[in-house]
Design a protein around this ligand. Structure first.
Ligand code: LLP
Length: 420
């Protein structure tokens, strides 16, 4: 469910007509609905309420959309954060997310990142190797602090999603192999400066079926038992993120958050741990659109080329993962047409859809890419010396520019370097 609807024939975000935003800030522009993201945060929080010991920690995966205004909205409804760099850590802290609600994931945390986040405070480091454990131990010992740790386990489960967003198989770089887990915990126990409190996993993104998640969680449950048998005090289980979002009528609908919560309750009953969740896309995916203008329609061999002013640098998901984003006219006439939809960037990968039947549009018309709130702006870049896309947040009848279109000067590099 989202808050992008036609009113009097014009697509609105909440109570704001999208042409008003296009006229004010230009295109392409990401437009986010505060009501949608807040609702999804509440849906997720409600879905897992009562699961595990104490209050579950819903730690929003900031990588999905780390705009400061978005983070501020989510902080306001009580979400924590899953961060993967010190940059994300700083952003979520300045958005008002408390240290005790932050987990730090990622295979390549540097010593400097560990030092800053440990000093600043966080709930848990999700550690992905014995080598990382040793580095974190040294950092903690040097500061005279204790780092709380969960070990990320790679359960070797096929998640049933695109290969590039699958993270829990033996061929992925993530986590500690399931069969090596007991040995890794034994190492961790003997290292100074660490308090080993948890187990963590994340098997992939845009998951449609609950089956792989359930299989992975079952393995994690068995591991918790084995770890306790070895004398480890495991009080936290971080189940990662990954639940997909609907992408329109032509795409498979993922399991609902409620069904996910029910499955979690069933599988984790008896674990006797606090639960942590790291949803990203689920919170912000359908809370955003990429608003773009048709530059021109050019004849093509099979279908006309619909050339819009957004490109692969603004929304990389199609080029990277063959993702499917629904496209709608902002002022649909009711007529349909079939297009190949492309951007202006000079490579054939800059294609949003081939043979897509959608609202008929012409030069100058506004179009939106739906479900662009997650991994849209946060993955954008300035390839072809294009300007980083602006971002707008809508809240009821008001809107605000929450990232200006970055100046070319900021991005250009230095023509006359200061040599050293
Ligand atoms: N936790 C960890 C450790 C992760 O690596 C991720 C996503 C998440 C949580 C959040 O997953 P979500 O709930 O959003 O599925 N750029 C890709 C998605 C990459 C996801 C990377 N990790 C895309 O556009 O589909």
């Amino acid at each position: 469910m989202d808050h992008f609807d036609l009113r009097d024939g014009v697509l609105h975000c909440e109570d704001v007509p999208l042409p008003l935003i296009a006229d004010a800030v230009g295109t392409p522009t990401y437009v986010y609905s505060a009501a949608t993201m807040v609702r999804h945060a509440e849906v997720m929080t409600d879905a897992v309420a009562g699961a595990g010991n104490g209050e579950p920690l819903v730690a929003y995966a900031a990588k999905a959309n780390s705009n400061a205004a978005v983070l501020r909205q989510l902080a306001g409804v009580g979400l924590g954060a899953d961060v993967v760099s010190v940059g994300e850590y700083r952003r979520v802290r300045s958005a008002g997310i408390a240290p005790e609600k932050i987990v730090f994931s990622g295979v390549g945390k540097t010593e400097a990142e560990m030092a800053e986040t440990l000093a600043g405070g966080l709930f848990q480091f999700n550690v992905e190797s014995v080598e990382e454990l040793r580095m974190l131990s040294a950092v903690a010992a040097a500061q005279g602090r204790v780092a709380r740790v969960g070990l990320r386990i790679n359960p070797d489960v096929e998640a049933g999603t695109h290969a590039k967003i699958t993270t829990g198989t033996a061929d992925n770089k993530f986590g500690i192999a399931y069969q090596d887990a007991l040995a890794a915990y034994a190492v961790a126990r003997d290292l100074p400066g660490l308090k080993v409190q948890g187990v963590t996993m994340h098997i992939g993104s845009q998951l449609v079926s609950l089956d792989p998640l359930q299989a992975a969680f079952a393995k994690l449950g068995a591991l918790i038992g084995a770890l306790r048998g070895d004398g480890h005090a495991i009080g936290v289980a971080d189940l990662g993120g990954g639940l997909g979002v609907p992408h329109g009528d032509d795409q498979p609908d993922p399991a609902s958050p409620a069904a996910y919560g029910e499955m979690v309750r069933r599988v984790t009953a008896g674990w006797d741990t606090r639960l942590v969740f790291e949803p990203g896309r689920l919170i912000v995916g359908n809370a955003g659109v990429l608003l773009t203008r048709v530059i021109r329609v050019k004849p093509g061999a099979r279908h006309p080329w619909l050339i819009v002013d957004a490109a692969m640098n603004d929304l990389m998901r199609v080029a990277l993962y063959d993702a499917w984003h629904e496209m709608n006219a902002v002022r649909p006439s009711g007529a349909q047409a079939t297009y190949n939809v492309v951007g202006p960037v000079c490579e054939s990968g800059d294609t949003f859809a081939m043979a897509r039947t959608m609202d008929r549009v012409g030069a100058g018309d506004l179009v939106v890419f739906r479900t662009a709130g997650a991994y849209g702006a946060s993955m954008s870049n300035n390839y072809n010396s294009r300007l980083l896309t602006a971002e707008v947040l809508v809240d009821g009848g008001r809107w605000a520019l929450v990232r200006r279109r970055v100046d070319l000067d900021d991005l250009a590099g230095v023509a006359d370097p200061i040599w050293r």
